[in-house]
Each structure stands twice: as C-alpha cells, then as structure tokens.
Design a protein around this ligand. Structure first.
Ligand SMILES: [Mn+2]
Length: 512
C-alpha cells in the first residue's frame, strides 16, 4: 500500500480532502440533530447501551459515530423516511378514508446446503426504512382512518439463549423499540395473529405490500391470507413510491456513497498496480476483493468481471479463470458494498502496462465518449434512455471518423451498428442496490442527488469482419459513478485512474 501511495500522490491528496469534507458534513449533521430549527419536539431519540443483534455506536465506535443508528444515518432520518413513505402512500390512495397498513419484510437467510448459510444480505427497502440488519424481521406501519398519526411496529426475533449461543446476540423486543425508534416491537412469531386481527378490526383497509418476488416467502402466504372479501382489504404496492424516495439520496447517503466509491476506486487502482503478464484473472479478482475489504467494505457489490483479451466481449464474464498475457487488454467491472451502499466501476488496462497503438485508439475513443456523456448529464439532465441514444450516436460517429466503421452508412444504420458493438445500457441508478430503485424507469429525467453510472463500452468480436482486423478481439468499458448536483455532475469515482498516462504509470508497479 505504501508503494502504491508513492505512485498515486494526487489520489492520496484527494482522499485527504474527501475525509475532511466528510468530517465537516458529519459535524453539520450533528449540529442540526441537537438544535432542529423550529422543529416540534419529538420523543427523545437515543441509542441504548448493551450488546444487540447488530453493531451500535457504543459497541463498535470504530464503525459508527456516536448518536447514529447505522454508519452515517441517524434514528431520526430512518423515522423521517417512514413518515414520508406513509404520507405519500396515503396521498396516492384513491380513498383516504380507509386504514392504511404497510408491510415491508426483511430478507431471510439463504442456505447453500443443509445448515450452511450464504452471507446474509438485508433487503434494501426494509433497511432503508429501519436500519435493522436482522433476518426475517418485519416492519408494519398502520395509519388508522380519520387519524393524522401512524404507528410503526417492528417484528424481531425474541431473545433466546440457545439460539444466541450459536448465532450471537439478538436485539430482542425490549431493546428493539428504543434502538430502532419504533412505537412497538413484537416477536416475529406473533406476526400472523397480529396481521389477521389488524385486518379484521380495520375494515375497510388498504394493505401496502409488494406481492411479487416476495423478500420473505415464509410470511408471504400469511400476508396473502388476510386478503378476502370479509376483511375488505385492498392490496396495493408500496414499492414504486419507495423507490422514488430511495433514488434521491440524502446528504448522509451521499457521504456514504462518496466513501464506498473511493474505496472501490482504490481497489481498482491496486488491481491495476498488481497486473503483469502471467498473472491470472483470479488473482486480480482476489486483489479487488482484499483491497475493498481491508478498507472497510463488507464484500463485493457483485461477482467481479475480470476479463482478459476477447473474453471482455462477454459482458457478464465471471469465470475469471484464465491467465493474462503480454499484449492483452484486461477489462475489470467491480464494486464494493459498505453499510449496504454500493460502488460500480469498470476500467480497462493493458496487461503489459503499455497500450498498443490500436488499443490506445479504441480506448481514447471510448474515454472521449464517456467524458462527453458525463457533460451531457449536467447540461441536459436527460433520462437515462436518452443518454443511451447519445452514446450510440457518439460511438457511431467517432468509430466512423477513426475509420473503424465504414464511411458509407447513414445515421440510423450507423447508430444500430454502434448498438451492436455496445449491447448493454449506458447507465443505471446506484445506491443500496447496484441496479438501484429499479421501479424508477430509465425514461425518467435525472434530478439533483440521484447517483447514476456512466458506462459506455465497445466489444469487437474476433470474427467481426465489418471492423479492420487490428481492432478485432478488443473489449473496452469505462464506468464511473456520478452524482447529479444543481451544478456540474460530480464523479464520485474520480480517484480511479482512467487517463492513458495515469494507467500506464500504475500498471505493474506493485508486487502481487
Ligand atoms: Mn454498472
């Protein structure tokens, strides 16, 4: 790491600035928590002392700042998200004179085989509203008809000394009420009786529940069972409204995204530095993973693509089991997850450390298009689908100017040829999920505080006779994570090397 810092002095300066701005922002957040200007006094929010089912600021002060429920996010922010969701759902409903019941299940544990679990990943919608990392928990929010207030009830697993002996401490109902700042916490086992009684005593009601691809199939049938004519329950889906909230990041979320994008950037720089002829894709993948984790990431955002030579043309190549040779390009698409927020970065670099003439022509072409697309995001605030059209047009024109595509084809044919060379979309939202807030369609224009990827690519198959031979077998993608602001877009992954001279200065400079 020390050696790499010498190679990357400007990046170290950027990190320092980033941390300083982070601390400044956290102090600003804290001062608004202590003295909310003109705000109505809420019940006191505080993090209880004790050992619970997840890290707290008391037990893990190296991970969570005092007063925060999860890293960077306060109990107040989680409570405000619940309040915003319920008020938006009620205002969207055709009949406001009904009781509104919102049910958001946590993810459940998944098993590889027998009792061998996969790494647990909380459901993003549930985490966004609670900060709770417990498997199979359930959030229920109830707003009775003709009432201005609502109640949040969190179902968690009760304390159980035998289960805790195996799995570690649980939060339990008593502590969960204060920890998650909800009105009530109840045992998960009581959910079925509770929801049935609630539906029976709240006629008529709207049950807001995401009925498709249920986060927890075990309680799906219980929730479905309350929908019958006698209970007068109407089913509605809260997820679109929730995703429109999630897609606009709060100042605290922006800080978390800056950090995970910085960690992701450094892990790609380190992978570049460790690349040399003879190393395997698998070894480069392990550098990405190690570098991310050692800097604070829980794990990768997704299985990394580490694709040498023509394997780069397979967009989701994750076998990562080939050796890298002198003269190959290496395409890497990887990301880190930290406190459930994700980065997503693609870079392409020469295994030997120097681009060949034709690799460089194609690389600089994709880079010019990528930079122009980031400018377009700021200038025109387009929908992501429009940005995709811009990419196809820009790639087509530039490939033609370089003599890589034939000169004698017209606009439409040129665009469709460019599309055939870059068959994936140019952008998606990023946040708690890698493909964040998927119900916010890509036909929606970008707004300030959205974070999107910009990832044009060119993949030329070895048998593509439309293209001069020197360019065949090359695959290049360049992807940054970009915060839309009121001014120019802010590239959160700008500490990841992408200029030709920066890449050539880094590749191979660190021992693996
Ligand atoms: Mn991406």
């Amino acid at each position: 790491m020390q050696r790499l810092r010498k190679v990357l002095p400007s990046l170290a300066v950027k990190h320092h600035k980033l941390l300083k701005s982070h601390i400044r922002n956290q102090l600003r957040c804290l001062s608004t928590i202590d003295h909310p200007p003109g705000a109505v006094e809420r019940p006191t929010l505080s993090i209880p002392q004790g050992t619970f089912g997840q890290a707290t600021c008391h037990t893990h002060p190296h991970l969570i700042q005092q007063g925060h429920l999860t890293c960077g996010i306060t109990q107040k922010e989680y409570a405000e998200r619940r309040e915003t969701l319920i008020s938006r759902l009620v205002s969207e409903a055709p009949n406001v004179h009904k009781t509104h019941i919102v049910v958001i299940p946590a993810a459940r544990k998944q098993f590889m085989s027998d009792k061998i679990p996969y790494v647990f990943r909380q459901n993003s919608d549930f985490f966004y509203l609670t900060g709770c990392l417990e498997p199979s928990a359930i959030l229920v929010m109830i707003k009775p008809a003709h009432s201005d207030t609502f109640k949040s009830v969190l179902f968690v697993h009760e304390k159980d000394s035998h289960a805790e002996l195996w799995e570690g401490p649980r939060t339990g109902c008593t502590a969960a009420t204060q920890l998650f700042a909800v009105d009530e916490a109840r045992p998960v086992d009581s959910f079925s009786v509770y929801i049935n009684k609630l539906a029976a005593s709240s006629k008529p009601s709207v049950l807001w529940y995401h009925n498709e691809a249920p986060a927890n199939p075990e309680i799906h049938s219980t929730i479905r069972s309350v929908i019958h004519p006698e209970t007068q329950v109407t089913l509605a889906d809260p997820q679109r409204t929730l995703h429109f909230m999630r897609v606009i990041k709060s100042p605290a979320e922006v800080e978390l995204m800056k950090e995970v994008c910085y960690i992701g950037s450094q892990s790609v720089n380190t992978a570049m530095a460790c690349t040399k002829p003879g190393i395997s894709e698998h070894a480069v993948c392990s550098v990405l993973e190690h570098s991310g984790r050692v800097s604070g990431a829980e794990h990768s955002s997704f299985p990394a693509v580490v694709a040498g030579a023509a394997r780069a043309a397979h967009i989701h190549y994750v076998a990562n089991n080939q050796l890298l040779n002198h003269g190959d390009l290496l395409l890497v698409d990887s990301g880190c997850q930290r406190w459930l927020y994700n980065s997503d970065i693609s870079r392409t670099w020469p295994v030997s450390g120097l681009f060949t003439r034709h690799q460089r022509i194609l690389y600089e072409l994709v880079l010019a298009v990528q930079k122009r697309l980031i400018e377009i995001l700021g200038e025109h605030r387009p929908a992501l689908d429009q940005l995709f059209d811009s990419m196809c047009r820009l790639l087509g024109t530039q490939l033609q100017q370089e003599g890589i595509l034939p000169k004698n084809i017209d606009g439409h044919e040129l665009i469709s040829m460019a599309y055939s060379l870059c068959p994936h979309h140019v952008s998606h939202h990023l946040g708690l999920d890698v493909h964040d807030a998927p119900l916010v369609r890509r036909a929606t224009p970008v707004l300030a505080n959205m974070i999107v990827t910009v990832e044009p690519g060119i993949y030329i198959r070895t048998d593509d006779t439309r293209v001069p031979e020197e360019f065949r077998g090359l695959g290049i993608r360049i992807e940054d994570d970009v915060l839309i602001t009121d001014g120019d877009p802010l590239v959160l992954t700008d500490s990841c090397a992408k200029e030709v001279q920066d890449i050539e200065a880094i590749v191979g400079k660190q021992a693996y």
